[in-house]
Design a binder for this molecule. Structure first.
Ligand code: FES
Length: 273
């Protein structure tokens, strides 16, 4: 059993939890993920590690309430326990040797972009962070991003905070201003990552995206998380979650991600009623 040592509600649908998991905290790196089960009957869900503290032995997860499991998780309080918490899984983000990077986060995906920006910043790279949200109320981790970047650009769809517009507009502006990035790292909704990758392809900038498809076993056995990358089948759980954004078949990933939407909605309604 894994104790919830801290809980913070970041916005109406996004929750942060620090989980006591010393063995995972010891080995975790940005880009890796865990798989958890809230209770013995629960489904297994993957969550990318948002932060970790090796000294305190805690792993931070940030999740959006989208279905039955995340709803049940959000109802747990500090001092309560999660049944299973397995990891770290997946390949850590490649950050060594990068000198100037643009890190893009979209919505709750920003939570995953944060540890990558932090690590790059700590390694001495110049880090421009662009985060996008629908509106001011959904903004998360502003102070954390300020501390983990050289420049932070906040975009909102409705202009209620930061600048009005999409993250791609901010990125293109920075590129046109002459910023030469070794790499762009984009983490967020599939559509956002697709358009970031399309943009950077035009400018020939290497782009890494973090894929978070449906996962079941997390060990490369079930095939649930398969993606097509560069015309080849890859498994996000063992080959990723980071992939070359110019090689990912986003249209296929978008279509696969919507396969269980109705089922998820039904399960959530059942849980809440
Ligand atoms: Fe089963 Fe990746 S989750 S193969």
């Amino acid at each position: 059993m894994y104790k919830i040592v801290k809980k913070r509600v970041l916005n109406p649908t996004v929750v942060l939890m620090d989980i006591a998991a010393p063995a995972i905290a010891k080995k975790a790196e940005p880009g890796q993920f865990i798989i958890l089960r809230v209770d013995e009957e629960g489904e297994r869900i993957p969550l990318t590690i948002a932060d970790f503290n090796r000294e305190n032995g805690t792993v931070t997860i940030i999740f959006q309430i989208v279905g039955k499991t995340t709803q049940a998780l959000s109802e747990l309080e500090e001092g309560q326990f999660i049944c299973d918490f397995v990891g770290p899984l997946g390949v850590a983000s490649h950050v060594e040797g990068l000198k100037k990077v643009a890190v893009i986060g979209g919505g709750v995906g920003s939570a995953i972009a944060y540890p990558v920006a932090k690590k790059l910043h700590n390694l001495g790279a110049k880090v421009d962070v662009i985060v996008g949200f629908r509106n001011k109320d959904l903004l998360i981790l502003e102070e954390e991003f300020k501390a983990a970047s050289d420049r932070l650009f906040i975009m909102t769809d409705d202009g209620s905070y930061g600048e009005k517009g999409l993250v791609t507009a901010a990125l293109e502006k920075l590129i046109k201003e002459g910023n030469e990035y070794d790499e762009v790292i984009a983490i967020g909704p599939l559509v956002m990552m697709k358009f970031v990758a399309q943009l950077t392809k035009q400018y020939g900038i290497k782009t890494v995206v973090s894929m978070n498809p449906i996962m079941i076993d997390g060990t490369g056995m079930c095939g649930g998380c398969r993606l097509t990358v560069g015309g080849k089948v890859k498994f996000a759980c063992v080959d990723g979650p980071d992939f070359d954004g110019h090689e990912v078949d986003f249209d296929e990933a978008i279509s696969r991600s919507s396969m269980y939407k109705d089922f998820e909605k039904h399960a959530l309604e059942h849980h809440c009623n």
